[in-house]
Design a protein around this ligand. Sequence first.
Ligand code: AMP
Ligand code: GLY
Length: 414
Amino acid sequence: MIKVLIIGSGGRCDAICKKIKESEQVDLIYCAPGNAGMARHGINIPIKVDEVDKLLDFAKENQIDLTIVGPEVSLSLGIVNKFKAANLAIFGPTKEAAQIETSKSFAKELMKKYAIPTAAYEVFTNYDEALAYIKTKNLPIVLKYDGLAAGKGVIIAKTYEEAEKNLYEMLVNKEFGEAKVVIEDFLVGEEFSYMCFVNGTKVYKMIPARDYKRIYDNDTGLNTGGMGAFTNLPFLTNDDISYAYDNIMCKTAAALVKEGIPFTGVLYGGLIKTSDGIKVIEFNARFGDPETEVVLHALTSDLYLAIKAILNDEEPILTFDPRPVLGVVLTSIGYPSSYQKGYVLDIPNFSDGYVYHMGTKIKDGRVITDGGRVLMVVARGYTLEEARINAYNMIEEIDTKHLYYRKDIGLKFI
Ligand code: AMP
Ligand code: GLY
């Protein structure tokens, strides 16, 4: 009896859960804490993603064969270190390797040391020195708080006043705690997310995807966790992808091995295609959300077997459907600022396409909204345009009275 534990509750984990459920090897899935969508495939257990010791006890007591970690919070708390020490199979990087995501300055210093292409930068803890540096730079300028700041740690300042105000908040008021800021040049180009499975120096490709970070159409409004995504990016050539694979993903994996902190898990490159080549904007140490919902939707091979192979130091089989996949995120109205939860959702069953759950739960036998990002409607097409039409047609069939979504996912690229 093969039992898998999936840690997390967002759309990314629903996508992982669905793919793991498709594996003929797996008998039972537990989700901690899961959501209403994950309950379609597994059993939700009420343990939070930061309750690492409770998760460890659960895995031991229930003889879990494989644990897959969704969010960075669990990684940053050393969940992988603890499971490994207890001889339990877990897929994700150690706390040390996860610094590639949890510390912007660690990531930047690693890239500088190993000549991995990224924006020029300096790191500051002193407000006056940071301010003096900014005065020597062009605008806009990018300020990155050094640590996890729930997606709020990046400021693209268009004026010196804006930069000064934010630096003051980060370095003098210490808004997010320990105060260290990376200041880097603003890069111009098309952004894309490139996730690869990594095992030490071995790097296995997934397909690139595009994320939409801002709340409103045409990339305006506040930053969010992601408002939509699609695959088969028309602005990337095969050469671009090979370059990113060789010079960014493989080089970074090798750099972490040389530093004595080998990475196992999904390495996520947040990359940008500039006129001066492809560069790194950020790394994450896990599956991205909402990219995972479109990338795993295209995966045709067995995800459980792939992860097991990687953990056994073997070559995984990874195959992808060549057709484009596009997904649109439906949010609570008001997100990413304040919003109401608890609205009943009525989601039809679609014969084609799939509705991934992000922030949902079950109450009195009904599915209700339970977060800022609520659902992601994902469809395929023979062309990107067709995938887009299919996704938006699905949304037409959902009651969106209490939901908001962008109307322009994929539009610019058709
Ligand atoms: P991050 O949290 O590092 O992914 O930053 C959030 C978003 O800010 C990125 O997805 C980019 O859109 C933008 N951004 C971050 N750094 C830069 C940069 N150096 N140049 C241009 N845009 C950036
Ligand atoms: N889509 C961005 C992230 O997962 O952080």
